[in-house]
Design a binder for this molecule. Structure first.
Ligand code: ATP
Length: 616
């Protein structure tokens, strides 16, 4: 009826009170047309009963306020999604928002909203995704909000919300972030897998997972009981660690004593013997590795040159003396940019205490050096001792895929065509390496978007292939749709699985799938405590596939069909069980087919960054 249109038009006018042109923009919002017939901008309706289901008006420079009263009286219970992200709306969220009592998704981030979040929000019992991040909200979080069961995202970071944090049930939440507010007091024990970054930058918030302990309090019996349990656990932990250390020392002493006892007739008992019966120490000194500088004289620890052109005459001393710039600290060690006279810049990875014995590591580097793909960055030299390893690569000047997608430019200049080209060549490179190194059992082992680097010509390379097998273990709680049905026991990536062996090649496929998802969604794999594969799966299940894609991709010329095809490949790669994941060779074929389609449709955009270099 007409009243309902009048109310919706009033809602729109309040969003943009200073822009009388809204009605002239051809957006359809007027009392004479039907929102479901004439496609009002941002309005989607049910096909059957023709009811307004979604109102999505993002980034339209609205400067007014949210007239929830008119909107919710107008659309009543039919509205499922309200999204006003990235405008400049002011004022608060009116209590009347509860009139939209079937709202599932409420996205209001990136505005200038202020005031307290209304308590009436907790009356919207079906609320699943709630995002009010990046506004100026103040006051306390209504405790009822934490009691809505089935909530999947709660994002309220970057506001000025104060008071205590109510107790959410975090085990079922996929995204949770209240960082950078003014919250105070202890973080309640809420379960879930969220790390400190979901709570950071609240000066007076304390307790796990933050690094900051809460001061002991006597005011509440239950709190002091929690504290004494905590303390008991800490002391028990110390005692256990002490016991383990003592056992290790005793075992070491016993094994040293045994080793020292020479056996009659055995003169080489201290030299390890290889599987083929050869003497490993001698192997390492063969002409395949040219020792340039020996750190520990008399041992095989030396800078080993693998690429005669790039690392000619490179000496360990040169690396030690040259000025080095720390580029980052990863999970295995630090990475330095080193510039030596008359040489291209080098990237030197320093790994301490890898746990891989010297000779095993050297053999691994040797195997890797035999299998080369032009899109996999080879080590040009390395040094290995039992305590420390150095790997020397060519420095790549255009940063990593991670920075390109999540750096200051947020992937704005990384077009769909460029992403597809990078995905195709990375899949091809990984498939090639898997095939060549399968017998040696050497997969990449730790693939992340920081390991995809761009060279001077802005071509993508995989780096750190097979460098080290991290102590990351097989995931027991997978992230595919099957696992989402299980309500408990969900685990973050890399959770311990003591019994099942890990298939490194299928782990690579999973990691590659996550990289594809990062390229498709523009989200990082661990942003906001979010497990990307799990989030995408749940969005697709809820039939919100269109909402997962990076907005920077929704340009003229981008094929949604091929984006969905690539998304399906990524979902297969991140299948719950390793057995359901395709091999990299199959992945490569599927992506190549999408690329061919793209080429045929002649809308393939060239791989392009704008500007001289990628700004990070
Ligand atoms: N050859 C290279 N040239 C230029 N930048 C590099 C090179 N190798 C790595 N980097 C960048 O240096 C930073 C630190 O790298 P590093 O490998 O130490 O960390 P990581 O990849 O985040 O973690 P991990 O140790 O788990 O692999 C990353 O941003 C990475 O993209």
């Amino acid at each position: 009826n007409e009243d309902f249109r009048v109310l919706l038009v009033k809602f729109m006018q309040t969003l943009s009170p200073y822009d009388p042109l809204v009605s002239d923009k051809g957006w359809g919002w007027n009392t004479t047309s039907d929102p479901c017939d004439n496609g009002w901008k941002g309005v989607s309706c049910d096909v059957g009963p023709r009811m307004v289901r979604k109102v999505v008006l993002d980034k339209l420079n609205f400067t007014g306020t949210l007239d929830a009263g008119s909107l919710c009286s107008g659309v009543g219970s039919s509205l499922f999604v309200l999204s006003l992200t990235g405008n400049q709306l002011t004022g608060g969220i009116p209590q009347e928002i509860a009139g939209c009592d079937n709202l599932n998704h409420l996205y209001l981030s990136g505005n200038h909203f202020s005031g307290e979040l209304p308590g009436s929000l907790s009356l919207i019992k079906g609320l699943k995704r709630f995002d009010v991040s990046n506004n100026n909200f103040t006051g306390e979080l209504p405790p009822g909000l934490a009691e809505i069961s089935g909530m999947k995202s709660f994002l309220a970071q970057n506001n000025r919300i104060s008071g205590n944090l109510p107790k959410f049930d975090l085990t079922h939440l996929e995204e949770f972030n209240v960082s950078n507010n003014e919250l105070s007091g202890p973080i309640p024990q809420m379960g879930g897998h969220f790390r400190a970054n979901s709570f950071l930058d609240n000066p007076n918030l304390c307790g796990k997972p933050l690094d900051k302990e809460c001061p002991p309090t006597t005011s509440s019996n239950s709190t002091s009981k929690d504290w004494s349990i905590d303390r008991y656990l800490i002391y028990a932990g110390y005692a256990f660690i002490g016991l383990v250390i003592i056992t290790i020392i005793i075992l070491k002493l016993v094994s040293n004593m045994r080793r020292r006892k020479p056996k009659v007739g055995d003169e080489n008992q201290n030299v390890a013997v290889g599987e083929d019966g050869s003497n490993k120490a001698d192997d390492l000194k063969t002409s395949e590795y040219r020792s340039q500088y020996s750190m520990e004289s008399g041992t095989s620890s030396a800078l080993v040159i693998l690429d005669d052109d790039l690392a000619k005459d490179l000496k360990f001393e040169d690396l030690l003396r040259a000025p080095a710039e720390l580029l980052g600290r990863g999970s295995h060690g630090s990475l330095y940019k080193v510039i030596l006279n008359h040489r291209a810049a080098l990237a030197v990875k320093r790994i301490k205490g890898s746990g891989i014995p010297n000779d095993e590591f050297t053999r691994r580097m040797h195997s890797l050096n035999k299998v080369r793909h032009r899109r996999v960055l080879p080590a040009i030299a390395f040094y290995s001792s039992n305590q420390e390893k150095l790997l020397v690569y060519e420095h790549q000047p255009n940063g990593s895929l991670f920075k390109l997608l999540h750096g200051s430019e947020n992937g704005k200049n990384f077009t769909w065509g460029s992403r597809l080209v990078a995905a195709t060549s990375m899949a091809d490179a990984l498939a090639y390496m898997h095939e060549g190194l399968r017998e040696d059992g050497i997969a990449h082992g730790n693939l992340k978007s920081t390991d995809i680097l761009f060279d001077g010509d802005k071509e993508a390379f995989i780096s750190e292939y097979g460098l080290i097998r991290p102590e990351k273990e097989r995931r027991i709680e997978p992230y595919g749709p099957k696992s989402l049905k299980k309500k408990s026991g969900s685990a973050p990536k890399g959770r311990l699985s003591p019994t099942l062996p890990r298939d490194d090649f299928k782990e690579d496929v999973y990691d590659f799938g996550v990289i594809l998802l990062e390229m498709l969604t523009g989200k990082s794999a661990t942003h906001n405590g979010l497990d990307l594969a799990r989030w995408v799966n749940s969005m697709v299940r809820e039939e919100w596939t269109g909402e997962v894609f990076d907005r920077a991709l929704l340009d003229k010329g981008t094929s949604e069909e091929r984006m969905v095809n690539l998304l399906q490949v990524a979902i297969k790669c991140t299948s719950a069980s390793a057995g359901d994941r395709p091999d990299m060779s199959q992945v490569s074929k599927m992506i190549s087919a999408i690329s061919e389609e793209e080429e045929k449709s002649s809308i393939n955009s060239p791989f392009s960054f704008t500007g001289d270099s990628v700004s990070m």
